[in-house]
Each structure stands twice: as C-alpha cells, then as structure tokens.
Design a protein around this ligand. Structure first.
Ligand code: AMP
Length: 598
C-alpha cells in the first residue's frame, strides 16, 4: 500500500512518468502543470503493467490517472482487432459521459481515436452503431455493458484494460453480479485498475478474486490547519462561480486575496475576467518566469494589486502578510494541497478567511477536507439582492461623505447653482446625473443570480444508471411512482446512500429502484407503483446520516426549504438572505479598491 500526499518539489513532472509522447502533448495542452498525487503514483505503476487499486474520490484527478496510461498503451500498441482496447465501468450515465469526455480530451493527438459511452436509458440504436464502427475505448454502466455482451454487440476478446471507476458506488447500486460476469468474459491478458472512494469488504472480495498482485495507492489524509483561519464553502455549479465570486467580494472584507484554480490557462482567464469587473488582479502560473512571478507577488505585497490568481505550483511558499482571504475557486485535488493553500492567509498570527467553491459532484472532497482539517467548513450564504444593493448604496454614500469632508468645492458649487438656475433643474437631479457618470450606471440595484442550470455540462449531480433528465412530479415509467425524500444535496446525499437505505430498510432489490434525482433540499426517487404498503411503513422510519428521510409520494410542488443549511438558495427567490459577514464590521477598506467604487 502506498500513501500519497500533497504535491511538492519532489513530485515528478508529467514528462517523467513515462507517458507516450502523443498523450503527453495532449496533457500539456490541457494546461495541467504537475500530476496530482494519485496520478504521480498510479501512472508509472499502470504503465509497468501491474494492476492497481486506487483509493481516490472525485476531484483527485483519478480519471487521468487511469486514462493516460491506457491511452499510452493504445498509442504504442495500435488499435485492437476485435472489440475495444479498454473498457471503463462507471456507476452512472453522467460519469460514463464525463469519463468518455476526459478520454477524448487526452486523446486529441491519437489518430482515429474513438470512445463510446454506453448506458441505460439511452436507445440501443446509436450504441449498436458506435460499437459496430469499433470504439477503442468503451465507457459504460455495468447493466448496459452486460446487455451488449449478451446481444453479442460488444466483444471483450481483445480487451487489454479493464477499469472500474467508483467501484464502491457500483456495488452499492447492486451491480456486483454484473461486474463479476464482465470479469469472467475478459481474457487473462489484461490489466485491471480499480478506483474506489472507500474499500468495503465487498470490494476486497472482487480485488482478491480478479486482480493480480495489485499495487494499492491511496491519497493520505493527514493534515490540519491553523485554528485562526475561518473556513467556509459555497456549493455552486461551475458556470456560476464567477457570478457568485463577484457577489461575495462585494460584501466580504479583505485586503489581499489569493485565488486558486486548476490550470495555467484558468489563471489567465479568471484574472482577465476579474480585471474586466474592475478588480486589480494578476495571474501567476508555472509558465511565467520566476522573476516576473516575484514582481507580481511584490505588487500584491505593496497593494498595487489586490487579487492574485494562481496555480498550486506558482504559489508554493508564498508569504504575503496582506493576504487575508484565500479563495479556492477550483477545489484542490487532495486535502494536503487545501491545507497548503489556505495557509497562505493567517500569516504572522493574524486571522484569515478561506472560501471554497464546491460543485455538486465534488461534495465528497468537502467531507475529506473537514476530516483532514478536523474543522467544520461552514456553509456560506450568498448576499441577497437587498444586501448587495444596500452595500452599494452605503459605499456610494461614504464616497460622497469623504469628498464633502475633505475637498474644497465652492467653485464647482457655483457652476452647479448656475446650471440649476439657468435650466430650472433641481440640484438633486443634477447630482443624480453626475452620479450616473461616476458609476457608469443609472442604478445601484443588484441583479438576482441567474437560476442554476439543471444537470448541464460536466456538473454531475447524482443521477443513476438509466436516469433521465430532471422533471417534476410524476415518474416517467408508468409502472413507477415518484416519492420525495426530505434530504438532498444540502445534506450531501449520494445516490448510493438512497439506494442502500431504501433497498436495505424496505426489503426491496436495488433493481426495483428507478430514477433518483437529488435536488438541493429534497430527493425524488421512482419506486414501483404496486409497492406493498408495509414497505412504505418500514421506509417511513428510515434514516440516512441520522436524519429521517420522511418518504412520501411526490406532489410535484416545490420542496420545503431545509432551514439549517440554506447555502444554495439564490438571491431573488423570495426568501430572506443573510450575508455571512461578521456583525459590527464595516465593509470596504482602502478607498481606491475597485469594490469600493460605489
Ligand atoms: P477527477 O478526479 O478525475 O474527476 O478530476 C478532477 C478535475 O481535475 C478534472 O476537472 C480534471 O480535468 C482536473 N485535473 C486532473 N488532473 C489534473 C492535473 N494534473 N492538474 C490540473 N487539473 C487536473
């Protein structure tokens, strides 16, 4: 067993891992600076041909950890004659699509590469056509893979790589038999990589039976942080991070900020967007020469800029007392990196603030961070439209106060009085006209946050094999009824936990459980229409994570808000929002800061 912890100076570069040059080129184009710990450890092992068990969850970079070696091998060996070269099994269709996308992005330099996701809930036609054309990599949910094996449309005779992603989730969802069946159809001459966030005995059973002297790799969880750093998180889809960030920055108190993103390109992109919004921002990343980086850091130290957007590599050892806030715009790949990042604030005994953006699919990492730092990471509530507007009015009023208190204005006052008399316009109208020039806007009103898009792009949100896009009220399958559980994303509910609880407590099989749609404060689950009332009675006493699931038929009406954690409410939805500021403190700092422009 190998424990791997945060990336540091000893971490190898991608070019030192032994990847095929064509794969390496694609990785470099992705803007990744260095391998994540799980990648640094598993890539060389997989390239050497040994089986691997990786204890890693989403967000650690596990997809590249198994995709890059498989693609390197493919680049070396050329395509298989009969059936795919690599098969990846995933618990959900969302993950299947996402993994297939990742393969595509790492295979841009491989000639004629094709990857095919196959999952339940999708018509067979396109999948059959794709399989006939011959995909080198197939990514699928176990049930659908079995269906294709039975139909003869998928052959595993030439398979060289069998990869199980989120193996624990697959077992929780009742795919154990299917997985064993798949193993039995794969020849001896194949390599197995199994990734799982946890290692229940059911996984040990599979690895003991089917893996050959596997190397176990896990991301070590030994970290703690200074207690002088307050940690908060905000659950947000990737596409809404910038909006959320600018709202938070309007009401947060800060001097200097460091913001962490994943790639070199992202440092430049985010810095550019923040500059366009009036924040004095610069980017540093591993591509920028050391001297320039140091000059930029000095600018932060001297207050010439307020925000530094950085990658982990570029921010190593950075010590600037003025940093009072660390924003993890992208969640780090491992808890050690998180601890290093937030350690950039709270220097010299001062207190610091850390804000973490978490997308719904990264919730597990949040739990790991809490465990590793032995501290609660508190939910952050976005400031409401009213609060934002009030803050803007307050700041603008203060600017007027400051000018009136410090500047000799008699000459200009005469001009305004003359204007007012000659045009017969009240002084307040003239002042408002001038204010609109200063503000470059005729309003201080904040806009509501855009509504979060449902299940778009790469944000995986707890769907299940055979799942269908979001909907309200009724089940799509006429033999099913939709039930509502009183827990959701806010309680970090995972689909596996829903299946586990309902199957175990209700005494039904996981196959009888249909689509699961985890929403912010409730969850919709499709169950058979003819469910015995005794099952429902049993389920009515069921708890998940110590909370009653309060199962009841879904009326299709919006859920009751869950009082304790209202962090993902959006402003403008008619409910009351409280900012997460500490009482009594005034907002704003130095007068020339962009956020103080009102
Ligand atoms: P995963 O844990 O595989 O879901 O990956 C999480 C995210 O990290 C994905 O958005 C990847 O594109 C990104 N990623 C993976 N490896 C690296 C790396 N070495 N450097 C930066 N980002 C990475």
């Amino acid at each position: 067993m190998t424990d791997v912890s945060a990336t540091d100076e000893t971490t190898p570069r991608f070019s030192e891992l032994g990847l095929h040059p064509l794969v390496l080129k694609a990785v470099e184009a992705q803007g990744y600076e260095i391998p994540t710990p799980i990648q640094a450890e598993t890539i060389p092992t997989l390239l050497s041909g040994r089986d691997v068990i990786g204890l890693a969850q989403t967000g650690t970079g596990k997809t590249a950890a198994f995709a890059l070696p498989a693609l390197s091998d493919l680049a070396e060996a050329g395509r298989a004659d009969d059936g795919p070269f690599a098969l990846v099994l995933t618990p959900t269709r969302e993950l299947a699509i996402q993994v297939a996308e990742a393969f595509t992005s790492y295979a841009t330099e491989l000639p004629d590469f094709s990857v095919l996701p196959i999952y339940g809930g999708q018509a067979y036609g396109p999948q059959l056509a794709g399989l006939r054309r011959g995909a080198q990599v197939v990514v699928g949910t176990p049930g659908r893979v079995i269906d294709h094996l039975k139909k003869g449309s998928l052959k595993l005779g030439s398979l060289r790589h069998l990869i199980l992603d989120e193996a624990d989730e697959m077992l929780k969802m009742g795919f154990a038999e299917d997985i064993e069946e798949i193993f039995s159809q794969v020849g001896e001459d194949r390599q197995v990589a199994l990734f799982s966030a946890t290692m229940p005995t059911s996984i040990h059973r599979i690895t003991g039976k089917y893996l050959d002297d596997p190397q176990e790799v896990r991301v070590a969880a030994k970290s703690q942080t200074g207690a002088n750093i307050r940690q908060r998180y905000f659950m947000v889809q990737h596409s809404h991070k910038l909006d959320a960030l600018t709202r938070i920055l309007e009401v947060e108190e800060y001097e200097g900020i460091i913001m962490f993103v994943r790639t070199k390109q992202a440092t430049e992109e985010l810095a550019e967007k923040l500059r366009a919004r009036g924040f004095k921002t610069a980017a540093i990343n591993g591509d920028i020469p050391q001297q320039t980086r140091e000059r930029t850091i000095d600018m932060l130290r001297e207050g010439k800029i307020d925000i530094l957007v950085a990658t982990d590599v570029a921010a190593r050892g950075l010590d600037v007392e003025r940093i009072t806030l660390v924003v993890n715009y992208d969640i780090p790949h491992d808890t050690e990196s998180y601890v290093h990042r937030i350690g950039r604030t709270g220097r010299a005994g001062r207190s610091g603030e850390a804000i973490l953006f978490v997308t719904p699919r990264e919730q597990r990492m949040l739990g790991s961070i809490e465990r590793a730092t032995k501290q609660k990471v508190e939910p952050l509530t976005l400031p409401s439209v009213e609060e934002l507007t009030n803050t803007r009015v307050e700041k603008f009023t203060k600017r007027i106060d400051d000018v009136l208190a410090t500047t000799e204005l008699s000459e200009l006052t005469e001009v305004i009085e003359a204007y007012s008399l000659s045009r017969d316009v009240p002084a307040s109208n003239i002042a408002a006209a001038l204010a609109s020039l200063v503000l470059e806007s005729n309003t201080l009103k904040a806009e509501p946050m855009p509504e979060p898009a449902r299940r778009q792009g790469r944000d995986r949100d707890g769907g299940r094999d055979g799942g269908r896009p979001g909907r309200g009220g009724r089940a799509r399958d006429e033999n099913m009824t939709t039930y509502r559980l009183a827990l959701g994303r806010n309680e970090r509910l995972q689909p596996g936990a829903v299946v586990g609880a309902i199957a175990n407590e209700g005494g039904i099989t996981s196959k009888q459980i249909g689509h699961i749609d985890i929403r912010s404060n409730h969850t919709l689950v499709d169950l058979p229409k003819d469910l015995d009332p005794s099952v429902l009675r049993k389920l009515s006493h069921t708890e998940i994570q110590g909370r009653p699931i309060d199962i009841r038929p879904d009326s299709g009406r919006p859920g009751r808000p869950f009082k304790k954690r209202n962090f993902d409410k959006q402003p403008g939805d008619g409910r009351n929002f409280r900012g997460d500021r500490r009482g009594g403190k005034k907002f704003g700092g130095r007068g020339d800061r962009p956020r103080d422009r009102y």
